[in-house]
Ligand binder design. Sequence first.
Ligand code: UGA
Length: 449
Amino acid sequence: MSKNSTITILGAGYVGLTTAALLAQSGYRVFVVEPNPKRLEAIKSGRSFFFEDGIDPIIKQGVESGTLIPTDSYEQSVPDADVIFSCVGTPDNPDGSSNLSYVFGAAEQAAEYMKPGVVYVQKSTVPVGTGRKVIDQFKNKSVDVQYVSNPEFLREGTAVYDTLYFDRVVAGGDDTAAVETVLDVYRALEAHRDDIAALAGITTGPRKGLYISTKLNSAELIKVTANAFLALKISFANSIAMLADRVDADVVEVMDAVGADERIGRAFLNAGRGYGGGCFPKDVSGLISSALENNVDLEIMQSAQAVNGAMPGYIVEKLKVELGELAGKKVAVFGLAFKAGTSDTRKSPGVAIANLLVHYGAEVVGYDPQGNEEAREDLHDSVTLIDSPDTAGPIDALVVATEWPEFRTLSTETLHTVLGENSVLIDAVNIYSPQELRAAGIRYIGVGR
Ligand code: UGA
């Protein structure tokens, strides 16, 4: 595929919009299709509708120069496309399985307008076996198309960096030429990456990423396996943290030393309130259910999921031990996004903790540097949101549930002002030094410390 080719991205979520914005800086004409009018308006005006470091200047540049074309129309965007990336949402069904209606719906709609020979790329996280079903869908419509699975590994909050300085690009499919076409798109991106990083105002990375081509089903399985393994590491760390709590060990010291073994690695061994977000919870349940469909009982992931589900309750229990009855107590929860660096509050542990506290009768105040607005929908009505951490007090306890730099750097003086005399600080993300805070007279409780 030559530069100047047209790429169409279906869906402008974290994955779709980031991919579209970056490819529009890599020599391609890129359509990005977003049906939600409010979101589309934001993109057309040159910004994202979510908080993501460095993305807005890239969108703005692309829209203004005409290489990035936001639209809600398949009819406008699909006919010229040489490559189509499907980045539509894959929410979970109530039973934990993946809801693939958007995946099949996008393929169905795109099939109406695709030109012969187009490469159709699935970037959304889907259960293994989904690609074969989409291929059948295309066969039934007699369209001439090559299907490639190209799973995404970017993290929210560092989406631009991760896409530019990737560890690996994985593309899997039946047709070698189509797989190479997809890998070439990333080679073009790699060639432009330092310029794009400068435009985004982010630091450049050291990585030389791998290009990996695989069978179709391997590519699909690689993605969910990677997320499941990371989730497993977190639940493992949380299980050890519960033991550390009982035996007066510090799980941070334990994981620093354990993670120093190259075979294990330190990443994703941070114990705390458990994982949240739009990916791990649904990818773990999706993997469990797709394994069951294939008569494989992934007990190991069921355990990881159960441990994770119990973590917000474990945090609240710690508070009960300190404060006794929670009814009538005033508690602040800082950190409502599912992690730092994002406004995303989907399946956020901070929100779960706040709602649990309300359940036990506490008066709850919530604060997040970026996520207040998104959190509102999932928070109990009685939770009061504040715009600045120092307006929380006087409170009986503070739960820090997300590792925002702004929380890490709170001075002991500020913590004293927020907390008051006998209040408790629950560090649900283990970002403070227990020794320092205790020496400063703060009732500090971590997770596994
Ligand atoms: C995750 C993966 O890291 C990405 O590689 C993948 O592309 C993405 O899912 C996806 O499937 O789209 P993301 O959900 O953005 O990315 O966030 P992570 O940084 O992985 O964090 C997930 C959750 O785990 C957060 O709630 C975080 O606070 C928690 N976490 C992470 C821990 O509790 N402990 C850790 O040690 C690390």
